[in-house]
Design a protein around this ligand. Structure first.
Ligand SMILES: CC(=O)N[C@H]1[C@@H](OP(=O)(O)O)O[C@H](CO)[C@@H](O)[C@@H]1O
Ligand SMILES: [Mg+2]
Length: 636
């Protein structure tokens, strides 16, 4: 019935198009059919409408008439939304919050939220006049969960100004309160449905609830007149973000474009690297039983120059994210399923997460104190340190390094004809203290801290000519300012020294290899593998660039985690001064002690982080601080 209604509207529009220039009709709607397009302005070539409730209630066609005629029509686009929304009633008593990474909860409770986020994304597309993305995933969360997040026109996260709208729209009651909320929002944002066109790219990960949620999202998008949904199928989260960015920059932005871009840049970087170095053994990849397995297999076949063994591909019914994946390995500090400390001793391994936007490397090796092999984790901080030192090396080859780079002053490169190159590093409070010291003192780089959440890190990193951000959990990327990439491509070749010209080409290629929209496990793996080849390093050699301070993370359940608010990039509790005071007193008892607490944005818990001189002390500090949270912030 819906299909009939769409076809019928399409017929009306196509036939009338020659007369229609003064009506701003959505571009593309005629080809694909803007679902929910309820306005029908013209009568030519119409036989009879199908018996669709939508079609019947919105339009009554007069007899065939080739003159331009405005028909009886429903002038309220919100009524279409109301009708469509009625199919997806919100679950009673459930409150949704867009959080640090979109909406996430049990997949069976999400249809209403996903439908509404579809509407929101469609409105965002109308507002920005650009393509928007919608990704259905709950990343590293359990298989039964799912989620949805919006990619803005630049491929980054939804602008923070709109997160409030997302919350309001997701939590509005049934159809009528929803349409009221939308109306208010549209007034505030000056969005006029029906006067322009829009497009939303949709994708999902491999979760079982994905197909039905994708359908709900599509219905939400197409309930906004003039906006079409384009289903991109099963993708990694970073692929969808990449496609949104590429499409808005005027490229085709297809999945094969994505693979071509990464592969081309990887091969160019190999060609520009030192000759005669090859990788040190096969890379073993734990794919978290998720979407990354198929994509990495494809990448490997395309590249032919990357020796990988894919494990935990989820092909034999293994459960997504269960005892596997980057989040599990980084938080629990144990090997994922199907890895064996002895069998895989010393081998270079990497874990990605369920939607392939995080990566952490690891290997097992003998420890001085233990008889059994132990896990050595190279987390987002250590990946970032590897990237930062590589980029700094390239910059040193093409620039005049100012005097201030001597000793531990900040590295301040100058390029004749470009000026000072701003190169900065962005971390969160979860970054291991040893990594921050290495970046600042050994590499002389500027390091800033932001609150948790990619949107904060990304924003800060984007302010630099080259900004690298990483969360300790393995999400991060290297951002290049467009003007700097332009300089590299246009002027890099006129640098006097060969090494300078090579370095400029390398940096240009890195800007293609590394996803500029969000952190991407696929580009991350390629980048790490390249640098290790450039340096001729094994994973153990890379690991020795600095030694992590022992750390521990815990979660504490409280009645209402919003009682804790924080300041100073989440390192200090603001709302309960006695809690912060007690944490300070506890931390003061430990050598190299550091601890902070914050409410999670993705789980209903308060997170505790502690660092100290030994693992025993870090564990003790985390436990003590956890108890303080329990006592002073309403533990359950
Ligand atoms: C300590 C930690 O790892 N926090 C994660 C986690 O956020 P929380 O707000 O801590 O739940 O999920 C976010 C989204 O994936 C990620 O950006 C962040 O780093
Ligand atoms: Mg993820």
């Amino acid at each position: 019935m819906l299909m009939n209604s769409k076809l019928w509207n399409r017929a009306a529009f196509v036939a009338a198009a020659p007369y229609a220039s003064h009506f701003l009709r959505p571009e593309g709607a005629a080809e694909i059919g803007a679902g929910g397009a309820r306005f029908c302005f013209f009568t030519s070539c119409i036989s009879s409408p199908p018996s669709s409730s939508r079609g019947e209630s919105s339009t009554r066609l007069s007899s065939v008439d080739t003159t331009l005629a405005v028909l009886e029509m429903d002038l309220d686009p919100l009524s279409v939304l109301r009708d469509a929304a009625a199919e997806f009633p919100p679950p009673p008593g459930k409150k949704f919050s867009y959080g640090t990474a979109g909406f996430r909860t049990d997949g069976s409770l999400l249809h209403s939220t996903v439908f509404r986020t579809g509407v929101l994304a469609a409105l965002r597309s109308l507002k920005t006049e650009k393509v928007i993305g919608l990704m259905i995933t709950a990343s590293h969360n359990q298989e039964a969960d799912n989620g949805i997040k919006v990619a803005d026109p630049d491929g980054g996260m939804l602008t923070m100004d709109w997160e409030e709208y997302a919350d309001i729209v997701a939590n509005a009651g049934e159809s009528n309160p929803l349409s009221k909320a939308l109306e208010e929002m549209m007034n505030r944002e000056d969005i006029h449905v029906g006067s322009s066109s829009g497009k939303v790219l949709l994708a999902r990960d491999t979760r079982r609830s994905g197909p039905s949620l994708l359908e709900a999202a599509r219905k939400g998008i197409e309930a906004v007149q003039g906006v079409i949904a384009e289903d991109k199928g099963i993708l990694t989260t970073p692929q969808l973000h990449w496609m949104v960015r590429a499409t808005n920059k005027g490229s085709v932005g297809s999945e094969s474009d994505y693979f071509d871009t990464l592969s081309r840049a990887f091969r160019l970087l190999l060609d520009l690297g030192p000759s005669g170095v090859s990788e040190k053994g096969t890379l073993i990849v734990d794919c978290s039983n998720g979407v990354g397995a198929g994509k990495l297999t494809y990448l490997q076949e395309t590249l032919k120059d990357l020796d990988m063994e894919i494990r935990n591909a989820g092909r034999d019914g293994e459960v997504l994210n269960y005892l596997v994946g980057a989040d599990f390995v980084q938080k629990e500090k144990v090997l994922p399923q199907n890895f064996d400390a002895t069998r895989d001793l010393g081998r270079r391994c990497v874990s990605i997460d369920g939607d392939a936007d995080r990566l952490v490397y690891f290997y097992t090796g003998q420890s001085v104190n233990e008889s059994k092999p132990v896990l050595h984790l190279l987390d987002g901080d250590k990946i970032m340190a590897l990237f930062a030192s590589f980029i700094a090396d390239q910059l040193r080859s093409i620039v005049i390094v100012t005097d201030s780079a001597v000793g531990h002053e900040t590295f301040a490169p100058l390029i004749p004809g470009y000026g000072a190159v701003k190169f900065g590093i962005v971390q969160t409070a979860y970054a291991n203290g040893a990594s921050t010291r290495y970046l600042q003192q050994n590499l002389g780089l500027e390091v800033v801290l932001t609150p948790t959440g990619v949107k904060y890190l990304h924003e800060k990193a984007a302010a630099y000519d080259i900004g690298i951000y990483f969360e300790a959990n393995g999400h991060g990327t290297i951002l290049f300012k467009e003007s700097f990439v332009h300089w590299l491509k246009e002027d890099g070749d006129s640098l006097p020294a060969v090494e300078g010209r090579m370095a400029a080409k390398r940096l240009g290629a890195v800007s293609e290899l590394v996803n500029q929209a969000v952190g991407d496990a696929l580009s991350g793996i390629l980048m790490v593998e390249l640098i290790l080849r450039y340096q001729g390093w094994s994973i153990e050699e890379w690991d020795t660039i600095y030694t992590d301070l022992p750390s521990r993370q815990l979660k504490v359940k409280v009645v209402d985690r919003s009682v804790i608010t924080t300041t100073a990039a989440e390192t200090r509790v603001k709302s309960i001064p006695e809690l912060q005071e007690a944490i300070d007193n506890e931390v003061a008892k430990y050598e190299a002690g550091r601890a902070f607490v914050r409410p999670s944005g993705t789980e209903d818990v308060v997170r505790v982080y502690a660092e100290a001189a030994t693992q025993e002390l870090a564990d003790k500090l985390a436990r003590e601080v956890g108890l303080l949270v329990h006592q002073l912030a309403g533990g359950v």
